[in-house]
Design a binder for this molecule. Sequence first.
Ligand SMILES: [Fe+2]
Length: 136
Amino acid sequence: MDHVAWDETMSVGVAILDDDHKKLLDMFNGLLRTGITAGNRDDLCALLGSLRAYTTVHFAREEEWMESHGFPELPAHKAAHRYFVEEVEKLHRDFEGSNTTMLRVDLILLLKEWFIEHIQHVDAQYRPYGGGTAPH
Ligand SMILES: [Fe+2]
């Protein structure tokens, strides 16, 4: 897997949150496109920094939306978000702090897979609270 395009199966039925998800997927794709080599450590650091920042913005927006729409599973959902933020922070720290370029493609892939899983199965749970249809 080296590129993931957003499609309707990932829609949570809330335009602003769909837009966030699209942007985050673009960022993942950018990371994977850049590849992990000794020569582009700085580029990777910058990309991970942007991903980290935008993840925080997006999760805050999503949590606020869930709260204002009375979504009952908010605590568990927040915990899932925290796990993801920690993974991104870990990756970012690794790349920032070390001179040795570590082969972390698998981890980046894992994050991307986690993220897609999350959109399709966990975020999908709040869809009915915005007037959308229940998850399939
Ligand atoms: Fe979420």
